[in-house]
Design a protein around this ligand. Structure first.
Ligand SMILES: Nc1nc2c(ncn2[C@@H]2O[C@H](COP(=O)(O)OP(=O)(O)OP(=O)(O)O)[C@@H](O)[C@H]2O)c(=O)[nH]1
Ligand SMILES: [Mg+2]
Length: 295
C-alpha cells in the first residue's frame, strides 16, 4: 500500500484549505476570503483501499509582520522539508507572476517531489490555463501542473491519483476512520475564528485568538461551551461587541450553528471578549493561545 505526507503550501489565500477539505471530503480546516486564515499546520487524512494521503495544510506564504506570522512561516517552512510530496497550490485566477515562479522554484529545489495545483479555474477564462502552463514551463518550472477547481470539484480525483503515485510503499500512518489530527475542541475554536474572519474587517480578525474555557458534553448529549475572544485593543473589543452587543450576538449564533453541525448535537455557547494588548508579539501569550513554536 502507498501512504505518506503531503505539504500543502502556497501563497496566502490561494485556496489551500478549501482544496484540502475537498480532497479529504470533510471540513478539516477553516476557509475565508481573507489572507492568513490558517495559522497552524492541520492534517487532513484521505484513506482509500490502495493508499492513504496525509495532507498537511499550512499557513499561506505571507510577509512577516509580527511574532505570530513569523511562527506561521516557520511552520510552513518546516513542514515542506519533512514530507514525501509537496503540493504547491497556485491561485490560477491571479495569473502567473514572477513572484509565484520564484516561490515554485524555491520549493521545487528542496528535492521533495512537487506537484502544482493550479486552482480556482472556475473563475477564469479557459484559455489562461495553457497560457500560464507555458509561462511556467518557459520559466523553468518542470513540475506537473494539475488545473483544478476546489469550489466546483473539478479534477479533484485526478489530482488525488497523481499525488498517490508519488507516495512511498508503506503502511498507513493513521487508522481508517481518522480524518484530522486535531481535537474537536481545536475545531470549535477554529469555527469561532472563521466566523470572525467572515464578519469583521481586516485588522480585527487578524488580531483575534480564541481561548476555550469550558467544553463539556452533558449526559443528554448537548454541549456546553464557554470561550473568550481575545483581541489586541480596546477599540477592537467595542467593534467586536457592536451596538448593544448585536454584532457579537450574530457572530456567536452563526458560529454555534456550525458547531452544532460539526458536533451533531445541540450547543449552548457563551462568548466573552477580552483584551490582551499586542498578544501577537508576546511569546508567553502566543503559547497560552496555542501557537507553539513547533506547531
Ligand atoms: N472561485 C473559487 N474560489 C475558491 C476556490 N478555492 C478557494 N476559493 C476561495 O478562496 C478564498 C481563500 O480560500 P482558503 O482555502 O481559505 O485559502 P488558503 O490558501 O487556505 O488561505 P490561507 O489559510 O489564508 O493561506 C476563499 O474565499 C475561498 O472560498 C476555487 O476553487 N474557486
Ligand atoms: Mg488556509
Amino acid at each position: 500500500m502507498r501512504s505518506g505526507t503531503v505539504a500543502v503550501i502556497g501563497r496566502a489565500n490561494a485556496g489551500k484549505s478549501t482544496l484540502v477539505n475537498v480532497l479529504v471530503g470533510e471540513k478539516v480546516a477553516i476557509v475565508s476570503p481573507k489572507p492568513q486564515t490558517t495559522r497552524d499546520r492541520i492534517m487532513g487524512i484521505l484513506t482509500r483501499e490502495e493508499y492513504q494521503i496525509v495532507f498537511a495544510d499550512t499557513p499561506g506564504l505571507y510577509r512577516q509582520r509580527n511574532e505570530l506570522t513569523d511562527r506561521m512561516m516557520h511552520t510552513t517552512e518546516n513542514t515542506s522539508k519533512e514530507v514525501d510530496v509537496i503540493l504547491f497550490v497556485h491561485d490560477g485566477h491571479a495569473g502567473a507572476k514572477d513572484e509565484d515562479i520564484s516561490l515554485m522554484k524555491k520549493y521545487s529545489a528542496l528535492g521533495v517531489p512537487m506537484l502544482i495545483a493550479y486552482t480556482k479555474t472556475d473563475i477564469m477564462p479557459k484559455e489562461n490555463i495553457p497560457r500560464d502552463a507555458k509561462i511556467l514551463y518557459e520559466a523553468g518550472i518542470e513540475n506537473d501542473v494539475v488545473p483544478v477547481s476546489a469550489r466546483k470539484g473539478r479534477n479533484i480525483r485526478l489530482l488525488e491519483q497523481e499525488i498517490a503515485k508519488l507516495l512511498p510503499e508503506q503502511d498507513k500512518l493513521f487508522p481508517d476512520d481518522v480524518v484530522s489530527d486535531r481535537s474537536e475542541k481545536f475545531m470549535i475554536s477554529e469555527l469561532m475564528r472563521e466566523k470572525i474572519l467572515l464578519k469583521y474587517d481586516k485588522e480585527i480578525p487578524h488580531g483575534v485568538a480564541i481561548v476555550i474555557n469550558k467544553f463539556e458534553r452533558q449526559e443528554n448529549g448537548t454541549y456546553v461551551i464557554d470561550l473568550d475572544v481575545v483581541c489586541e485593543k480596546k477599540n477592537h473589543k467595542a467593534i467586536l461587541i457592536g451596538k448593544q452587543g448585536k454584532a457579537l450576538k450574530e457572530t456567536a449564533s452563526f458560529a454555534r450553528q456550525d458547531m452544532e453541525k460539526f458536533l451533531g448535537a445541540k450547543v449552548f455557547l457563551t462568548v466573552f471578549v477580552k483584551v490582551r494588548e499586542d498578544w501577537r508579539d508576546r511569546a508567553g501569550l502566543l503559547k497560552e493561545f496555542g501557537y507553539d513554536e513547533n506547531n
